[in-house]
Design a protein around this ligand. Sequence first.
Ligand code: SAM
Length: 344
Amino acid sequence: MNKLEITKWLKETDASKLAELYEKANKIRFENVGDDVHLRGLIEISNCCCRTCGYCGISAINSKLTRYRMKREEIIECARKAVTLSYGTVVLQAGEDPGLDGKWIADIIREIKDKTPLAVTLSLGERSNEEFQLWKDAGADRYLLRFETSDETLFRKIHPPAPGQGYTNRIEILKTLKKIGYEAGSGVMIGIPGQTYETLANDILTFKELDLDMIGVGPYLPHPETPLGEEMSAGLKGENQVPNIEEMVYKVIALTRIAAPESNIPSTTALATINKATGRELGLNRGANIVMPNLTPVEYRKYYEIYPSKACIYETAEECHGCLSGRIASINRTVGKGTGSRNR
Ligand code: SAM
């Protein structure tokens, strides 16, 4: 599909045409990645952050948030739980936290790789190339870094530089990660103020161009303690502005599956937050093949508040696992075994 066709689909409102799009995406999903849904256990290891991203509730701007950083033993314990629950992957995610020492992270990666069969995915923000290399050498398999939007002007608006540094380009960082040998994952938020249909079509084409292992797309959910959240309180403006609504998320999941048939696409927690009853299942039936159950200890979860009313913040790891496995079975899909890498 070219940019014009993708843009047309993003603007489509006819329910029967959209049903055809979803059917096509679901068929392509089945033909390329099968019926398995891979579970990737998410460990939110720190909510400390030095960045001031305009959209994110854990940004340094939010002075009201209680901050935490998990201890090494707690992280290892979560990884052990992932093995008990038969997950193939753990994702270590955090704010961009300079307090997470590069060598300390490398030691944790090494310990998880030594003691478990898990694939290790990192999602720790923009770090130095030396640290990316150190973590790869320690055994990390994948790195997730959403480029958030392919519109450079909009990216600079919503993603100011780290203190004392210049603007960064996440698309270039993703290329570096791939060169180092990571399976690279990325994605965007849908409906950020200033995001047009053309921008979002470009995002989807960029996914394809980058040949990503994983592509995560979810709705932008305004957080009241952020600049973008305040801007949103006046409502989204302009006829070319993408709305942050549920249907738009399904369209983007489906179009992403069509553009990148073999990639891993999660049905995200942000989607489950706007439709707690059936969002996960609808995402899986419209192109997605991954879910990310939360392994973060319950006492920390409420503080990883990137947006309000986040789904799954009160369940234990076991409850989260039971709920998601039930949802997967209810749509006649199977829980995948192994690490679920794209080149499996
Ligand atoms: N610090 C790392 C980074 O920036 O890549 C990882 C953590 S960051 C919180 C993970 C992702 O959360 C971001 O890439 C962004 O897309 C998403 N996110 C943050 N705030 C959000 C919001 N208000 N609504 C929806 N998604 C949000």
